[in-house]
Design a protein around this ligand. Structure first.
Ligand code: SF4
Length: 359
């Protein structure tokens, strides 16, 4: 393989020799003029691990409320307490939304000032009782930290309560960009990078595996993105508890931070760079909800090995103007994977294979 960018040639040698990429390598990947050369490198690395297989999950996403005490400036989903735009789902509505034989339910929402801590535990218990076969992946580190304040409990106790009530795994939201500058500029009142990483480390130590996200397409620099990946890699060296890295492209929405969807070239660069930088995070996700289906399909030839799931009814990105469908059927996800020349494999929330479709 020859690359048109000398930096990529150096990176290819390092990858082949099993050496880790550093900050400068990450920046070189994110800024290379040879996008397809980068894609070939990342795709070769994905194929070395997984061959042509790409996984997906039959899941349902539930966002029980958008009422939130914070006002992150990139967020089009949240409504201030007492705002007419706020909504709250009842327990019956939440349980009803779980109907359908899903393998996973993914639950995240706003930081509601009035819902008691017990409501979240009751939600887990009720879902577990009604749907014992379905795995529950719920609440970001930002929410877990908030629960600690609600209950006046240490975050370890909160995680133990959630686990006992039925939590199987945590999603990776709230990481945004692990950069003090970006956090200060866009979401100064949200938990900081150290706290986010600490909560995931504690969860991993307690046997709760999780994911990790990156929100891009706003004010972040290539150096901050590469550094974000290095921080994730260092955290993963300690616990090994991250299952998947999920790049999230910012939606144009009404926040004023972006006036158009992220360019497909940037979506592909981020996926490919994360595959090469994150040698210890098993899965790199092409999250079709955020990028739309064509870039997500292309991402499967740029290093991604997972497309998340059927989703059921996505609210957060669609309130920010996402133009992707609010759900996909199993067959549509498999078609998308076939379109990329790959073989779909159904998985559960913890990335165990559950069914292999014919290629
Ligand atoms: S990103 Fe999360 S914490 Fe921030 S305002 Fe939106 S819902 Fe609230």
């Amino acid at each position: 393989m020859t690359n048109r960018d000398v930096h990529l040639e150096r990176i290819e040698e390092k990858v082949r020799a099993g050496h880790r990429l550093d900050l400068q390598d990450g920046i070189a990947c994110l800024t290379t003029p040879d996008l397809f050369g980068l894609g070939r490198l990342a795709s070769a690395e994905k194929e070395r691990r997984y061959g042509r297989r790409v996984t997906y999950v039959f899941n349902r996403q539930i966002n029980p409320t958008n009422v939130c005490v914070l006002t992150c400036s990139f967020c089009d989903f949240a409504a201030r307490p007492n705002s007419p735009k706020g909504y709250e789902m009842s327990m019956d509505e939440i349980l009803d939304a779980c109907k359908g034989g899903f393998r996973e339910v993914h639950i995240v929402g706003g930081l509601h000032p009035k819902w008691p801590y017990e409501f979240y535990l009751d939600m887990l218990r009720a879902i577990r009782r009604a749907y014992p076969q379905m795995q529950i992946k719920a609440w970001t580190a930002v929410e877990v930290d908030f629960f600690g304040k609600l209950a006046r409990k240490d975050v370890r106790e909160v995680l133990a309560d959630l686990k006992e009530a039925g939590l199987d795994a945590m999603p990776g939201g709230g990481a945004e960009v692990l950069s003090q500058r970006v956090r200060k500029a866009l979401f100064p009142t949200k938990i900081g990078a150290e706290r986010w990483l600490l909560i995931h480390r504690l969860a991993h130590e307690m046997g709760i595996r999780s994911n990790v996200t990156l929100l891009y397409g706003h004010i972040e620099t290539a150096e901050e993105v590469a550094d974000h990946m290095l921080q994730v890699r260092a955290a993963q060296d300690i616990t090994g508890g991250f299952m998947s890295f999920i790049p999230l492209s910012l939606q144009a929405g009404d926040t004023g931070l972006a006036d158009r969807p992220t360019p497909a070239g940037l979506d592909l660069r981020i996926v490919a760079t994360s595959r090469l930088m994150l040698d210890n995070v098993p899965h790199i996700k092409a999250y079709w909800v955020m990028t739309g289906i064509p870039p997500a399909t292309l991402s499967l030839n740029f290093g991604a090995d997972d497309v998340d799931g059927t989703i059921g009814k996505e609210t957060i990105a669609h309130m920010a103007g996402a133009t992707s469908p609010v759900e996909l059927l199993r067959g549509q996800l498999e078609e998308m994977i076939h379109d990329a020349g790959m073989t779909p494999v159904e998985r559960d929330a913890l990335y165990n294979d559950v069914e292999v479709a014919a290629a």
